[in-house]
Design a protein around this ligand. Structure first.
Ligand code: SAJ
Length: 413
């Protein structure tokens, strides 16, 4: 068997490496030549614990090879980005152009008996679109939308659900939702996932699988929005929201998530829009949760502005820049958004502490923000803004914060 993974990013590369580590021949395809060369040299271009070791291993044994142009294989796994086209606040049109390009790229090498799996998080109907794009490019082959179980090519949606930072564990241990466009498609996909997944492979149809993934991330977004709303209500009512949530969660059927400075990353802040875009009249709570979470950074900026106004020479220490704890991923980070706004507003001297990066990102460097250590920041600052609950900050002695005005968006102290 030969597996080809299209798109060697945060999902595609770990998936390709794990499958190759099971002794299966894997060809990784990416449009970026640098990415391809990096991988073929046994290195990686993304950050994920232990991924470098396993990629080096499978490249050395020849089980994983990368290229820019697709070749024939038994299975094609598509793991390309599905962003949305930024528009009006509530129109967020999903951008399926990467899936379409991937379809056109593999269509030429498809052979009877092949399985094509869409792994990218996608709006409902995207798998059917993928199958149509393939069919349009290959009129000599039959596809499940026309021939069901009898089709030459099998197509399925199996959304990835791994948590950044734990990708290698979760790729293997998570249950997988397998949504084939026909039963035969699902069964063939299950047989592939069973080569590396220890979790259960549960069969459904493609549309339900698409919606399941969007639902998981929307559930989390709505729950975080509830927590963020509570945190603002509690500020107004002079109640400690962290104590409140702890108490409420003692109820056997209540499980509120944590408020924070906003929701970052490239999944939870994106996927709910796919549902809102398909069903704008129905998806009211899901949409409001997005708006609430997107507004939270502005609430924090206002809090910091008020605190800084109390000082003649405010020195503001921002603890954490990444989108969540103990990773080095700055993409779509509310912490970064807040620090950027604070520099623009020129509130005072700005210090940033981020133990997981060595230098400030381009758009902050040279803006008067100084990247420094926790100790030195706490020495100098009169206002401390806790933006990420990194383990280094949790370990800090609470007495170090005692003389400061602290805005603790994560309930760390
Ligand atoms: N956050 C809070 N409060 C919380 C939990 C999270 O403010 O109680 C914030 C985080 O700080 C972060 C954002 O939400 O800014 C998202 O973090 P996360 O850890 O909830 O999720 P991601 O984006 O790292 O990964 C999610 C996961 N989905 C779910 O847990 C339902 C992961 O399993 C998915 O595979 C991933 O999205 C994805 O690729 O879709």
């Amino acid at each position: 068997k030969k597996v080809s993974v299209i798109g060697l990013g945060y999902i595609g590369l770990p998936t390709a490496a794990v499958i190759a580590s099971r002794g299966i021949e894997v060809l990784g395809v990416d449009i970026n030549l640098d990415t391809v060369e990096t991988i073929n040299a046994g290195d990686i271009h993304i950050v994920e614990p232990d991924l470098d070791i396993i990629v080096r291993g499978v490249v050395t044994t020849g089980k994983l090879r990368a290229t820019t142009s697709p070749e024939a294989a038994d299975v094609f796994m598509v793991a390309v980005p599905t962003p949305f086209i930024e528009g009006e606040r509530d129109c967020h049109q999903p951008d399926l152009s990467y899936i379409e390009s991937a379809a056109n790229a593999i269509a030429g090498v498809l052979e009877k008996g092949n399985l094509v799996i869409l792994e990218s998080t996608s709006p409902v109907g995207a798998t059917e679109k993928l199958a149509h794009w393939l069919a349009a490019a290959r009129p000599d082959l039959t596809f499940p939308q026309d021939k069901g179980d009898m089709a030459d090519i099998k197509v399925a949606h199996c959304p990835e659900r791994v948590l950044p930072g734990y990708v290698l564990q979760e790729l293997v241990s998570n249950d997988r939702v397998i949504g084939g466009m026909s039963s035969a498609c699902s069964e063939l996909a299950v047989s592939l996932y069973q080569t590396f997944v220890r979790g259960e492979c549960i069969i459904t149809n493609a549309r339900t699988a698409e919606m399941a993934k969007l639902t998981e991330n929307s559930f989390r977004d709505v729950n975080i929005a509830f927590a963020n709303e509570l945190s603002m209500i509690c500020d107004k009512l002079k109640i400690n929201v962290w104590e409140l949530i702890k108490l409420a969660n003692r109820h056997p059927r209540v499980n509120i998530l944590n408020p924070g400075p906003g929701v970052g990353g490239h999944c939870i802040a994106v996927d709910p829009w796919f549902i809102v875009n398909s069903c704008p009249d129905e998806a009211k709570i899901i949409k409001q949760a997005r708006l609430t979470n997107d507004a939270k950074p502005y609430y924090v900026i206002e809090q910091v502005t008020k605190a800084a106004d109390e000082f003649k020479r405010p020195v503001i220490a921002c603890l954490g820049l990444t989108f969540k704890a103990d990773i080095d991923d700055l993409r779509e980070s509310p912490a970064l958004q807040i620090v950027r706004a604070l520099t623009e507003n020129q509130l005072g001297e700005l210090l940033a502490v981020e133990p997981n990066i060595n230098c400030l990102p381009g758009n902050l460097a040279g803006q008067g923000v100084e990247l420094t250590s926790l100790t030195s920041a706490l020495e100098k600052a009169n206002v401390v803004v806790i933006l990420v609950d990194h383990k280094e900050f949790k370990a800090a002695d609470a007495s170090q914060f005692a003389t400061k005005v602290v805005i603790d968006t994560r309930g760390l102290i």
